[in-house]
Design a protein around this ligand. Sequence first.
Ligand SMILES: *[C@@H]1O[C@H](CO)[C@@H](O)[C@H](O)[C@H]1NC(C)=O
Ligand SMILES: *[C@@H]1O[C@H](CO)[C@@H](O)[C@H](O)[C@H]1NC(C)=O
Ligand SMILES: *[C@@H]1O[C@H](CO)[C@@H](O)[C@H](O)[C@H]1NC(C)=O
Ligand SMILES: *[C@@H]1O[C@H](CO)[C@@H](O)[C@H](O)[C@H]1NC(C)=O
Length: 692
Amino acid sequence: MTSRRVLCVLICAFSLSCCASSLKSNVKPAFNIQELTVTEKDLTDCRNYKNVCVMDSSDCISTATDGMLKVSRTRAENFVNTSCHYLFHEMSFTCRWIQLNKDRREIINTFIISRAKDITHCPSLLNLYSSFYLTIKSKNVFNQNVIFSAVYKVKLNEIIQTPRPVITSVNTTDTSLTITWTSGKGTITKCLIRHKHLNESWTETAVFPPSVESLIDGLQPFTEYSLSVSCVNGLSRWSDWSAETRVKTSESRPTAAPSVSYYVSSDKKSRIRQLWLLWKALDTKDARGLIRGYEVSYTPIKQPSMRQVVYTSDLKTVVSIMTEEYDVTVAAYNSAGQSPHRRIRVHADLPQDVPAVKGLWVYSEGPSLRLHWEHEFTAVNVSEFAIEWHCAENKDSSRWERVNGSTFTTILTGIRPDEIYNISVYSVSDTLCSRSTSISANLQHGTLLDLVRFRLVNVTKSSVSVQWVWQETKLSINVLQYRLVLKGKHDSQSLRIFPNTQQHSFYNLQANTRYSVFIHGETTTGNFSKASLDVNTPLLDYEEIVKLAVPVLFLVLGFGIFFILTRTVWKEYFFPNIANPGHSLIGRWLLNPHYEGSDKICVQQLDNFFVVDQQTERNIIHVEHCMSVVSEDEDLIPSKICSNCEGTTQTLWKSNSDYEENTQTPSSVTEYINCPIIPANLDYVQNGQIPG
Ligand SMILES: *[C@@H]1O[C@H](CO)[C@@H](O)[C@H](O)[C@H]1NC(C)=O
Ligand SMILES: *[C@@H]1O[C@H](CO)[C@@H](O)[C@H](O)[C@H]1NC(C)=O
Ligand SMILES: *[C@@H]1O[C@H](CO)[C@@H](O)[C@H](O)[C@H]1NC(C)=O
Ligand SMILES: *[C@@H]1O[C@H](CO)[C@@H](O)[C@H](O)[C@H]1NC(C)=O
């Protein structure tokens, strides 16, 4: 029974000491504090050794004879700074020491008490006038190693300690605490109070007279403090510090005004504008309490009676204004009152040039969402980015985060699974801000956008342009980032792509080279290729081909025209046509001696002129007075002979080409042949024999 209690006490003491030491500092200590307390009930006699009292009868074997203990193994580093005290009213004896051994596994400590003379009754040993020798035994439960401390000489009346006080109540105001405590039996002569805020170090008050109520002031409002009390009783030692009590001071009015930025959505058609006002949550130091909401007022400067007031608990509000100048104020309030007002002048018509954030991307990272964005650097200095996120279904539950202007990523916490979140980012430059850029995401899939329809839009000898489309989806995969990569024999380029870009051109490429362009997705488990295409850059661009071809074409055309002209001129003036009857059928026919039966002399009359009969485009040959006009190099076939009047015979000829080709072709030179009056007996046409 007793040993079980002792074990319990030991374990409690051990774990308490561990807690105490781990609370003391966040850094893992290289030692641990051991504490062991005995009361009269815990001590038993040793049957064989009358001068020894132990807590566990098995320890009797470990002790030596002759009144003094012969310690088998002592290790000084396990019992550093050992100190003991005696609580008179509880009749309890406690020792504390530091164990430098890093082995923190379970250890059972026991006391072995001895005297030179026999001890008549061990339980009554713990009285005020008692003195004895003390040895501490430490046993490692795992490897059964036992070590003993040195032998300490103890006189209980010299180590009496005041009992630990107990804090019974604390009353708070915004800057002060009133504490009451009890301190057991006996007369307290003085007390000390210490307090601290979170992990800061303790601040001790001056020594108080022995009152049981005390006031500490000069504290921060709405701040949590830890308190404990220690007292001293007459000539005895200071008590241990009481158990820590945590209290929070009450709220007071916020001390600072929220910093406000705005932008006016510009719809040029209407006189009504939307005024977007964003402000930053106050620091806890300035808020001095839980901010319940914000009071926003806006007043047209020319009509102060038109002042309007909006109350909201969000960090943003959107109100409709007219195109004029407004005076806007924002103040925060908590249960204690209102902060000072922030006042800004809003010009609804002045252009605002704070650039909006460019590309947004979200992926899930454990239980949170990781947000990335891109920002274009312009003349306007962006001092901060404001990030707003809320469930798509509950727009009133917005949460906000602010980061400085050189940060382009943040973690969004408090994300519930199975909820879709709308995330917006605003760039803030002092009292101006940009419009928001937004994206939807959830914890399962990250950004709810898929990249589709990747295609080539243009290729020149030194550039390649590609295009793609972002499509909303509820089942995307959690992609950390998409990269657009171009790889060729000699160069490779790669860039991160965000949903604000839908096309990209790679420049400075080599002509007549094969490139592969692909989109590459990165996930925590590996990379994958989203889409890809291969492309060959041409040797020449279309413009270049045109540039080269047009002059050549003109040159050829010019040469052609020149050639035709020169040929005509040449012929006309230098080598005029001289008809050669030998080249004409009729000529040949006429010249043929076979038909020259009579002694008539034929004279050729050269007279070229055109006759175009629109209807039939026939070539007409007049045969008259034995004179013939013959086109030089055309094969002519007789088609009809018309004898219309006495002395004149008309023969119609068609050129060979007219039989085959379209009648559009320019008519060939007509032959007028003047023939002699043919005697009736000479029927040459009927023969139709054209000598070859
Ligand atoms: C032991 O006590 C001494 C004196 O009080 C102190 O300087 C030393 O740091 C203590 N040792 C440990 C391990 O705390
Ligand atoms: C932007 O910031 C830089 C350095 O902080 C400063 O020199 C510059 O004047 C600022 N520009 C504007 C328009 O405020
Ligand atoms: C901006 O914030 C980041 C992260 O909080 C910090 O590391 C950085 O020093 C800050 N930069 C400036 C200029 O304050
Ligand atoms: C994925 O690609 C990136 C480069 O975009 C590379 O740094 C990373 O190591 C790749 N991860 C795996 C698992 O291949």
